[in-house]
Design a protein around this ligand. Structure first.
Ligand SMILES: [Zn+2]
Ligand SMILES: [Zn+2]
Length: 183
């Protein structure tokens, strides 16, 4: 555990699946987030990773899950909150030396294809990729976040500011047309 890179020695991987749990440090992923379009995320603890792996010939199959916890600003109300993200992955990895250039014929829809070089498979790039994918959605403090009032800017989750919400309430608009229809 800790800052040691997690590598699997290909020769040690058997046809029987084995499970591995480890934590991936968050610092480098935070640096990647800072450079990219997802600057609003900031990981606050190491990534928890669960992976099951086995080998068939020279191909290594990995299935697992990453769990990340990041601070983010809500896209609607701008409040800071902790986003817990989880993502499952499936990979098949083939040796670079054999010359697998075409990926398409090998790949099922939800199976990602990657190459390994040499005797070891380094899980770090895979974990980083999955964490970035796990965070790709617009951060929302909660699904039903009401956001900010377009008139006065107050946080509608905390209080009803009393701005002319009647005009904008679609339910009331429907009621009005019903009344009109009855006349
Ligand atoms: Zn929000
Ligand atoms: Zn308002």
């Amino acid at each position: 555990m800790g800052a040691i890179a997690v590598k699997l020695r290909v020769d040690d991987i058997t046809a029987e699946a084995r499970d591995l749990f480890f934590v991936e440090p968050e610092q480098e992923i935070n640096r990647m987030l800072d450079r990219g379009p997802m600057r609003e995320y900031d990981l606050r603890e190491p990534i928890r990773v669960k992976v099951s792996y086995y080998r068939a010939g020279t191909e290594v199959f990995l299935t697992g899950e990453v769990n990340a916890s990041a601070a983010a600003s809500c896209a609607r109300c701008a409040e800071e909150f902790i986003a817990a993200s989880r993502r499952q992955f499936r990979y098949v990895m083939a040796p670079k030396a054999v010359g697998y250039d075409k990926q398409a014929d090998l790949c099922a829809d939800d199976l990602e294809f990657s190459l390994y070089e040499g005797e070891n498979i380094d899980l770090t790039p895979l974990v980083r990729e999955q964490v970035l994918l796990a965070l790709a959605d617009r951060p929302l403090c909660r699904e039903e976040c009401k956001g900010l009032c377009p008139h006065c800017g107050s946080n509608l989750n905390e209080s009803d500011c009393g701005c002319s919400s009647e005009e904008h309430d679609p339910r009331l608009a429907v009621l009005r047309t019903l009344k009109v229809g009855r006349r």
